[in-house]
Design a binder for this molecule. Structure first.
Ligand code: IYR
Length: 222
């Protein structure tokens, strides 16, 4: 662990500028169509797609390359039901008094409630765990940032594959570590159902901030 990593040559395939733009704009349009989906079809997923997406996510940068993530892929209907039951119990407490009124008001436009049928409908659930330290107690760095980046790459990979996801955060998520048998130093960060949208799936009409609201430029004076 303390010997310096051997430097190896590195090159990227450089694209002509026009192709660069075409690719990134294509990706942007794909991401523009991404929505958080809460009604899934039970259609099974083609083999290997979720695994490849998880492998893509696991290429994310991480503090000191510790790769402090564990992805649990759940397809077993009995386990999905167990997760649904436990999540709904937490969510009933959340919607029934634990959440401050302002938070509930902010969620109103999304139309969410304590019922989470998608946890059983979706053909697969991915639970993303953050490792607070290594199995032998190794220090991990920037754990939330690293796992957040990996989760973003996972959602992007699944979106590019044409699958729908939900970024679900039942709070607290301790029950996930218990059900999935994860050690104490791993903390569940996100629960991501994956699948095809149900035929009658609808999403709230929300918009994204335009570029000029999120991008500030600092160019040299002309
Ligand atoms: N975890 C709850 C509440 C919730 C919170 C936020 I912030 C959202 O963007 C959406 C839902 C639930 O999943 O219903």
């Amino acid at each position: 662990m303390s010997t310096p990593a051997e430097p190896v040559p590195y090159r990227m395939d450089e694209l002509p500028p026009a192709q660069m733009r075409q690719r990134v704009e294509g990706f942007r349009e794909t991401m523009r169509r991404r929505r958080s989906v809460r009604a899934f079809s039970d259609r099974p997923l083609p083999e290997g797609v979720v695994e490849a997406a998880i492998e893509a996510a696991a290429q994310a940068p991480s503090g000191a390359n510790r790769q402090p993530w564990t992805f649990c892929l759940i397809r077993d209907p009995a386990l999905k039901k167990q997760i649904r039951d436990a999540a709904e119990a937490e969510e009933r407490r959340f919607y029934g008094g634990r959440a401050p009124q302002r938070w509930l008001d902010d969620l109103e436009p999304l139309g969410t409630d304590a019922n989470k049928p998608f946890l059983e409908q979706a053909p697969a659930l991915i639970v993303v765990f953050a490792q607070r330290h290594g199995t032998a107690g190794e220090q991990h760095y920037y754990v939330q940032e690293s796992v957040g980046i990996a989760a973003g790459m996972l959602i992007a990979a699944l979106t590019v594959a044409g699958l729908a996801t939900l970024t679900h955060t039942p709070a607290p998520m301790r029950f996930l570590g218990e059900i999935l048998g994860r050690p104490d130093h791993e903390r569940a960060m996100l629960l991501i159902p994956v699948g095809y949208p149900a035929a009658d799936c609808t999403v709230p009409a929300i918009t994204r901030k335009p570029l000029d609201e999120v991008l500030l430029r600092y160019d040299a004076a002309p």
